[in-house]
Ligand binder design. Structure first.
Ligand SMILES: Nc1ncnc2c1ncn2[C@@H]1O[C@H](COP(=O)(O)OP(=O)(O)O)[C@@H](O)[C@H]1O
Ligand SMILES: [Mg+2]
Length: 263
């Protein structure tokens, strides 16, 4: 399941997103290595999702990419070649990512077909990805429709789809926000495990500093469309520089005063 070892570094450079009359994301650059977890944090509306969407040419209507280029191992790469092949994505609400009238198997088949995987390889690859994402009895589960699964299982299935694509990088946009606490923990354990097992490079968008403390190697902080701080996770918690970062860290420590973050 491991992706080709040639892809080591993904670099988003100068992502800039506008509406007709406003700048939403201003010159955001993010570098992500294989096997690394980079957390992108910041208040709601600070531009986290749009920065990633800009890199993948997946911006919502009403917004336009003004500038920005992605490099893979130092070479420029088109968004169309990145999406799904080099970068898989999972989102906050897994249910909205599935077609309600199609089985899970048909989602896997479509994804793998689009990647050029031969028909007879699709089944085994789907089942293996389900197992790798911690879903037992893949044969049975693949026959189900999205409504027959819990939110937590659907999020695992999203992750399994990402694994089946064998993309070396994963963008996870608030992947646990819509889940209950137990499922949140399960999904975070799984993401941590995938980073080690497959050497995935994970860009984790979150507003939860507990998640950051637990998973991230490096942290990038956004405020009003700009990156305002970038630091290794220990440094960020010990010596937050920007006022926004300080507020995030203080709020976290107020909630969990007994927990020395990060462990
Ligand atoms: N389709 C859109 N049209 C206009 N403005 C948008 C659109 N999508 C997002 N925005 C605005 O862009 C800003 C950044 O959004 P977003 O990247 O989704 O924030 P975050 O993910 O950090 O919560 C917000 O102020 C939001 O209101
Ligand atoms: Mg967002």
């Amino acid at each position: 399941m491991n992706a080709p070892p040639t892809h080591r570094t993904l670099a988003l450079e100068g992502m800039t997103v506008d509406t007709r009359d406003e700048r939403l994301v201003d010159d955001v650059s993010i570098t992500l290595e294989r096997g690394e977890v980079v957390a992108l944090v910041g208040a709601s509306g600070s531009g986290k999702s749009l920065s990633c969407a800009a890199a993948l040419d997946a911006l919502p209507s009403g917004t336009i990419k003004r500038a920005g280029q992605v490099h893979l191992d130092g070479m420029p790469i088109a968004a169309s070649l990145l999406r799904g092949r080099v970068v898989a994505s999972i989102m906050q609400n897994p249910r909205s990512a599935f077609n309600p009238v199609r089985t899970l198997k048909s989602h896997f088949d479509e994804t793998l077909k689009a990647l050029g995987v031969a028909r007879k390889a699709r089944g085994p690859r789907s089942r293996q990805a389900m197992l790798d994402a911690g879903l037992e009895e893949p044969e049975r589960l693949l026959k189900l429709y999205p409504f027959e699964m819990s939110g937590g299982m659907l999020q695992r299935t999203m992750i399994a789809l990402a694994l089946a694509s064998e993309a070396p990088f994963l963008f996870a946009d608030e992947p646990t926000t819509d889940l209950d606490v137990i499922h949140q923990r399960d999904i975070l354990d799984l993401l941590a495990d995938l980073r080690t097992r497959f050497g995935l490079g994970l860009l984790l968008i979150t507003h939860d500093m507990g998640v950051v403390a637990r998973l991230a190697d490096r942290v990038l902080v956004m405020d009003q469309g700009r990156l305002v701080e970038s630091a290794p996770v220990e440094t960020l918690f010990e010596r937050p520089q920007h006022v926004v970062t300080r507020a995030l860290v203080e709020a976290h420590l107020a909630l969990y005063p007994h927990r020395q973050a990060p462990s």
